[in-house]
Ligand binder design. Sequence first.
Ligand code: PLP
Length: 427
Amino acid sequence: MNKHRIATDCLHAGYRPENGQPRNIPIIQSTTFRYESSAEMGKLFDLEASGYFYTRLQNPTNDHVAAKLCALEGGTAAMLTSSGQAANFYAIFNIASCGDHVVASSAIYGGTYNLFAVTMKRMGIEFTFVEPDCSDAELEAAFRPNTKAVFGETIANPALSVLDIERFANAAHAHGVPLIVDNTFPTPVNCRPFEWGADIVTHSTTKYLDGHANAVGGAIVDSGKFDWTKYPDKFPGLCTPDESYHGVTYTERFGLEGAFITKATAQLMRDFGSIPAPMNAYLLNVGMETLPLRMAKHCENGLAVAKYLKDHPKVAWVRYPGLEGDKEYKLARKYMPNGTCGVVSFGVKGGRAAAETFMAGLKLASIATHVADAKTCVLHPASATHRQMNDAELAAAGISPDLVRFSVGIEDVNDIIADIEGALANV
Ligand code: PLP
């Protein structure tokens, strides 16, 4: 097929029906696949032939949808997972294990922070967190001889700081490790991290990619550019035989373009089993078809809300990287010239209590843990997603106790602003 622009790929990439086949990606709701002989099936188990045998490892519906996201990000291979949490866990655990170390931005989603700082730490993987705007010397000092990856979010949830992808990629590469970027908030419509040097991209597809609060999901996309074979001692899992998979050496058998995702599928999905239901992958695909239209509207509405809040006397501060004057406006313009996303963070004058009063007065916007959805939703992170953090950890993650995360939907923006106006009047 010809190379198409992203709006066309959102509709067509990943699945091309043959004559008489269903126009939509079919939902293959089957756990298993039948074969004529054990010998044929054996080849699949040995990774000598490609094909489906058990949905925990691969399923055609999931693979079509993963192939679409792969095309949108400009990668070489991709896989879907049952959640964004699973995607970030797999992306790191695929190359780091007990005794290893990872450098991560401190401005990340609270669930990811917990996964890294608590659960993966318990598994023996140490994380050093650096602020996304740390000095070069601070970034450099974070690396150790056993560092295996650098991790950050393109636009952090909910701090909304912008990752300087080129800077973090250069630092990672100077130490012979890949940069993994969680690209959930801008989506590939607004930012393609591989074009700036990132090596692996992850997503919580639960957010804009699905966009309709239909299905929790995640994804990992590989750029195929990181040369694991230059550092065989650092990445033995990719460069030496996997005894748990018939002695296959992933980089030899699948090349740089396929090694990372094949290993994550053959080993991690086999053992941890965080697959999405095919029905969920189908729903994700329906969402992705309209992604460019929705992202443009989210950005238009988000900017209008940010401008309104900035001028409001009851609002202490506003963070929206797409707003002129925002401290990361320049970085946002560099990496996301067409817009960032619809999420605006702000503080209500009067702190935590005022924020809670404001939230209670909203009528259109839903108080929800969810974010990045067609319908406007709002959250007070300090009392919800980030409640496991103490004040120092909250501050390091760029979250103040008064922070309201306002996820601007695609409703008529006049109605959204009227809702905010009514709720601020209560404060
Ligand atoms: N990454 C980011 C940036 C997120 O915002 C979230 C959830 O909010 C996750 C990962 C986790 O994704 P999920 O909730 O799909 O497991």
